[in-house]
Design a protein around this ligand. Sequence first.
Ligand code: PEP
Length: 253
Amino acid sequence: MKEKRSYVIAGNWKMNNNRSQTKGLITQIVPLVPQAGCEVVVCVPFTNLETAIKAVSGTNIKVGAQNVHFEKSGAYTGEISAEMLIEMGVEYVIIGHSERRQYFGETDETVNLRVKAALNAGLTVILCVGERLPDREKGLTNELVALQTKAALIGVTAQQLDKIVIAYEPVWAIGTGKTATSEQADEVCELIRSVIRDLYGDEKSDKMTIQYGGSMNAANAEELLSKPNVDGGLIGGASLKAKDFAEIISCAK
Ligand code: PEP
């Protein structure tokens, strides 16, 4: 099954790096990953997108944003539309990251609206789902992750699904240094795959790229990425160091 899927390793820089640091970090990453056996993406702050796009020109690295608004234009002060991202040459966008759900009022409903707007404009979506620690402790992980996945995909066609990567990110593992065990990661990625199977059938579910995210680093990436249902990673902290990011990429073949 795994050979049917493309690995995607994406760095989520969050609110880090100015423009000269962006150019510097990408310039360091480029020569380390020319033979990558996976899609390589860097998701940078809005203000660094143009710099990043110039810096990756002619390389195998793609650029993503970390959020997008669901309307095309209008009175939405402070927001950026999918069309604006496309016009710049952005190819990916992270949607529904737990930090957006936790600090910026993102809900399953707005995640769904953003997913559809991004797909309609032609972006590839990295859709984040994952449980908080109290949810896991109450045994609610599977129900919650299944619900988040289904809610995010309402109205998404089977054809559009080809432009979605799902990132399973247990909230308790993000930025905490507490990685899920590879068994825990695989189990929930498999659950997500079964949700896709129920909604879209076997072929789509076999082809779906499902990442793990949450304190993935150069030391634990090989084990996590070897699991049958884990097809890549969404990497926060470790994506800010070229060598660490490249080592993770080298594990994704
Ligand atoms: C993330 O921000 O999506 C993430 C997984 O962060 P970290 O790797 O730092 O846990």
